[in-house]
Design a binder for this molecule. Structure first.
Ligand code: NAD
Length: 310
């Protein structure tokens, strides 16, 4: 299994580490328009590989080096500075996707290759990659709200005192400020959240739920304020998604993928079954009226941003 990573910055190199540590790939190639950075990252990662799985990691100086890749991960582009939203990156990173996608298409088997998009604003970049390539929508997968869902599960699990592994909870819509938490579908073990809280005599009032929502929405801003960028959470999410595709695991993940055509075309995160063929099916969560309205608004915001690309 050969994986190409485009962009060898904070996220791209952390993704390379996480992917290497899955043990499921034999070769990783890194491309960055800053060749010195890509070579340095590949050198460092190559040394790290001597302590674990024997993965061949190289930097390539042009796109011919990605030939034969089964999966290409796009982690190139500007990241948020303190105070910036993901949408502030729109035109800068649209230009990056417009630069990268034709080169990927010229050097991979477009009928088979799977593209994982990490670059923000995530959902709009998924739409743009689809518009440029006309690849099957199920093969262009944005990490979407996988990370946000992971944040929600972590914060909620700590609040109610169980393992994160026992909490099923989804963040839907935009990977951005308009994302929504699907509170009504949360389960803890086999119990609905309210039932679990009743049995365990845990109080989870609306004010606590609002605080959790706020913490999930603001997690990236807090991390960027503290350490300049985020990379650990997203790289773990990418490795998890990659594992799901490589092993045809058919797990349900909140990834972003294009649906609809023409002016109805939009990409956003919904619970989707993911396997070797990419996105295999999309599940429609049962939302209450407020949640449905918020999800529709989130889709409209994504579409408006896509239409605003200059
Ligand atoms: P970074 O500045 O550390 O690295 C970006 C790299 O992209 C640089 O090395 C740069 O040279 C390279 N690059 C830029 N344009 C390129 C091009 N046209 N071709 C090849 N390489 C190019 O940034 P980062 O912190 O690694 O973030 C990368 C992206 O990931 C950002 O858009 C950021 O917002 C996004 N991100 C997404 C998530 C998520 O959950 N989806 C989480 C964190 C970061």
């Amino acid at each position: 299994m050969k994986i190409a990573i485009i962009g060898a910055g904070s996220v791209g190199s952390a993704v390379a580490t996480a992917v290497k540590n899955t043990g499921f790939v034999h070769e990783i190639v890194l491309f960055d328009r800053d060749g010195v950075r890509a070579r340095a990252a590949a050198e460092d990662l190559g040394h790290a590989a001597s302590f674990g799985f024997d993965v061949k990691i190289t930097a390539v100086s042009n796109y011919r080096g990605i030939r034969g890749s089964d999966i290409v991960i796009i982690a190139a582009g500007a990241n948020q500075r303190v105070g910036e939203t993901r949408t502030d990156l729109l035109n800068k990173n649209a230009a990056v996707i417009q630069d990268i996608m034709p080169r990927i298409m010229a050097n991979t088997d477009v009928k088979k290759v799977k593209i994982i998009i990490v670059t923000n604003p995530l959902d709009v970049m998924v739409m743009l990659a689809h518009q440029i390539s006309h690849m099957p929508p199920e093969h262009i997968i944005g990490t979407g709200t996988m990370l946000d869902s992971g944040r929600l599960r972590t914060i909620l699990a700590r609040q109610i005192g169980v393992s994160t592994q026992s909490v099923n909870a989804y963040v839907l819509g935009e990977h951005g400020d308009s994302s929504i938490i699907d509170w009504s579908s949360i389960t803890v073990g086999a119990l609905g959240l309210d039932d679990f809280c009743r049995q365990m005599k845990i109080s989870l009032p609306q004010t606590t739920r609002n605080t959790i929502t706020h913490r999930v929405h603001n997690a990236a801003y807090e991390i960027i304020r503290g350490r300049g960028a985020t990379w650990d959470g997203i790289s773990a999410a990418v490795a998890d998604l990659l594992r799901c595709i490589i092993n045809d695991e058919r797990r349900i993940l909140t990834v972003s993928c294009v649906s609809g055509r023409g002016t109805d075309m939009v990409a956003m995160s919904l619970p989707r079954i993911v396997g070797a063929d990419g996105v295999i099916a999309t599940l429609r969560p049962k939302l209450n009226a407020t949640e449905s309205g918020a999800l529709r608004r989130s889709g409209k915001i994504i579409r408006k941003n896509f239409d605003a690309i200059k």
